[in-house]
Unconditional design. Structure first.
Length: 220
């Protein structure tokens, strides 16, 4: 029997999504070449897991269980992800138990439906990209000096908030539940591929966030 082709089909798009922004950052001079090493660190464990699942399913003749819901559970662990102190120390993996949205570093930014504001912004996913995004719960002026310091260093960064004077969650309090806190000074640093690179509260020193971004990018 031929070896099933599903693993390559299911990991290929994610592989390209992961590598494209890293190549772009290095080419533009925003990142160090060591950032490219995180591609294998992040994607290889997931590809190995997909292959194992596909092989087991083929042997059992139970059909493939590789779908979008499983692939959305991808959690990365690498030098391009700065773990939160409360996060468990485990390698990156897919979760066969299903997709449980959370705002943990390494995970994909959760989708939260939004209402009000511009017509083209109906989800938290619409707030991120094309470069790095600093995503806050509310408009908080304390983050502005941090974001400006990153931009002065030549690194593109968008500063956006989930809630504004006109926009809010369709389900009140949903963002705070996913974030695990209702503190207004908590923000997420989201990578161009939609994965969370860092989570934390607003530091007093405006040099802190630029240093964190450079660390994620392996920049000197």
């Amino acid at each position: 029997m031929e070896r099933p082709a599903a693993p390559r089909q299911n990991t290929g798009i994610g592989d390209a999504d992961n590598l494209a922004w890293k190549l772009a950052a290095v080419t533009a001079g925003h990142a160090g070449e060591a950032l490219l090493d995180t591609y294998e660190a992040e994607r290889r464990p997931l590809a190995r897991q997909v292959i194992d699942i596909s092989t087991a399913n083929a042997a059992n003749r139970t059909g493939y269980r590789i779908d979008d819901a499983l692939l959305l559970t991808a959690a990365y662990r690498s030098a391009a992800v700065l773990p939160h102190p409360q996060d468990p120390d485990r390698p990156g993996a897919l979760d066969p138990a299903g997709h449980h949205p959370a705002c943990s570093p390494g995970r994909r930014l959760p989708h939260v439906r939004l209402t009000g504001g511009p017509a083209d912004v109906t989800s938290t996913l619409d707030l991120v990209g094309p470069g790095f995004t600093l995503l806050t719960a509310d408009d908080d002026p304390r983050w502005q000096p941090q974001a400006e310091a990153v931009r002065r260093g030549g690194i593109p960064l968008g500063l956006r908030s989930v809630r504004t004077a006109a926009r809010r969650e369709t389900v009140p309090g949903q963002w705070a539940r996913l974030l695990g806190t209702d503190r207004a000074d908590t923000a997420l640093l989201v990578r161009p591929d939609g994965h969370i690179a860092w989570r934390g509260t607003c530091p007093a020193d405006p040099r802190t966030l630029p240093a964190l971004v450079r660390r994620v990018l392996a920049a000197p």
